[in-house]
Write a protein that binds this ligand. Structure first.
Ligand code: ZN
Length: 445
């Protein structure tokens, strides 16, 4: 499903009072490239002993009931019933490892699955638990279904929007080949490898590297070459240094955190004042890169590697500690006065958020509404439109508490539109806003 075919009316859901109350405040969790530090901490975690087991010599095939009888997978497959799983032909026999478990537990089994025909021959290797893999199969993400509208959209927009080039001082980077409209989705990228965080944490280092290397090697040649062609981070081991410098963390539909290497997105460099952001579609396993602002031909495409809203010194420390580079972006190198102005605003925003929470807790809804309105204004000044729906949600919640249903509905609708625009259509926030709106409609009918 895609943002531009989303129909909020047909998807409204009935809600219970408890859900209604829970859903009224949503937290913004923008997707971020995974920091080197986090990844290394996973890679260096003391590992348990794990048993490497190859599935018995069976031909590659779909993951399903019959496969369960031929390969030692745990009982809970967790297939989501409302989706008709489509058969997936794995290109190689899955290679499986049992994670350590207590004597009375069913161990988690992680397997390497490769589907070479994924997305028109792009191919994908997934190293994850059989449960997570079953959920992916259940969601129908594997069959080769390229976005039918993509080619038409690209033609209408004036052709391919970007290219990967050498950028002085940064290695490779991505630049616009033509003008890109604000809000245009101009890169759609799929993971070449997708690896469960639990596997990264639990597998012994040599097993982990061997399995990931095999995951890359089983990809179609073109995709494999692109992965090996990516820039390298620190590290003695090839796969660790590729992963360390090129991973994005994504949360799958079942809530499981995974690390993905998206070969195109991995080329995009950082700026604290980005001109693009990305969202992850759990149903298509796609990252869509969207323009924050109009981008001119020749401009470099830049995304923020740091959480939005950090102050100047915090951002620089975060980048130094987590990514190992000194930021030279336009915001970090702006005139002193501009930096301190921006820094002051961000400091003030943090204080305002606290005051808002206190006011809400103590029942000063009118004051809280004023503060939320100011915060909205600040997000605009700071060029952080991703935060807007969060404050629309907050305003809807506050008006609801105040008993002003008309304004609550107005802001809930704005929040929903914002989540549709900025978040993935599978997002929790979107679901929460939808429930809130439906709840509001019920209370007024
Ligand atoms: Zn910067």
């Amino acid at each position: 499903m895609h943002a531009d075919v989303f129909d909020p009316v047909s998807m409204a859901t009935v809600t219970t009072a408890a859900e209604f109350a829970r859903s009224s405040i949503a937290a913004m969790t923008p997707a971020l490239p995974l920091s080197v530090q986090l990844l290394l901490s996973l890679l260096l975690t003391k590992s348990y002993a794990s048993t490497l087991t190859q599935c018995p010599n069976k031909p590659p095939g779909r993951l399903g009931e019959d496969r369960l009888r031929t390969c030692p997978l745990p009982g809970d497959l967790g297939i989501i019933p409302e989706h008709e799983p489509t058969a997936v032909s794995w290109s190689f026999a899955p290679r499986c490892m049992a994670a350590p478990a207590k004597p009375d537990e069913v161990p988690r089994v992680d397997c390497l699955f490769t589907a070479a025909d994924f997305r028109n021959g792009h191919g994908i290797s997934v190293v994850t638990s059989t449960t997570a893999a079953s959920n992916l199969v259940g969601l129908g993400v594997f069959p080769d279904s390229p976005d039918p509208a993509a080619a038409a959209r690209r033609r209408a927009a004036g052709g391919r929007a970007y290219e990967v080039v050498d950028v002085p001082g940064k290695g490779k980077g991505v630049v616009a080949r033509r003008k890109i409209r604000k809000d245009e989705i101009f890169i759609v990228d799929y993971p070449a490898v997708l690896i469960g965080i639990d596997f990264l944490a639990d597998a012994k280092p040599h097993h982990r590297r061997r399995v990931i290397k095999q995951a890359i090697n089983q990809l179609p040649e073109r995709t494999r070459d692109r992965v090996y062609g990516l820039s390298r981070g620190d590290g003695t081991y090839e796969v660790d240094s590729i992963l360390g410098a090129n991973s994005n963390s994504v949360t799958l539909a079942d809530g499981e955190l995974h690390v993905g290497v998206f070969p195109e997105v991995a080329r995009i460099n950082h700026s604290c004042r980005p001109n693009a952001y990305y969202r992850f579609s759990q149903r298509r396993l796609a990252i869509e890169v969207v323009a924050y602002v109009p981008i001119e031909a020749g401009d470099e495409i830049l995304m923020s590697y740091v959480p939005l809203g950090l102050k100047h010194d915090e951002r620089r420390k975060y980048l130094r500690d987590n990514w190992g580079f000194e930021c030279r972006c336009s915001l970090c190198h702006a005139p002193e006065s501009e930096i301190s102005e921006s820094q002051g605003r961000r400091r003030q925003m943090n204080e305002m958020k606290q005051t808002l929470q206190d006011a809400r807790r103590d029942g000063y809804y009118k004051e809280a509404i004023t503060i939320a309105g100011d915060l909205l204004q600040f997000t605009e000044w700071e060029g952080m439109p991703l935060l807007t729906p969060e404050y629309h949600d907050t305003l809807a919640d506050l008006y609801l508490l105040k008993g002003d249903m008309a304004n609550a509905t107005r802001y809930a609708r704005m929040a929903l539109n914002g989540w549709v625009q900025f978040g993935s259509v599978d997002d929790d926030q979107l679901e929460n806003s939808r429930r809130l709106l439906q709840g509001l409609a019920n209370t007024q009918s």
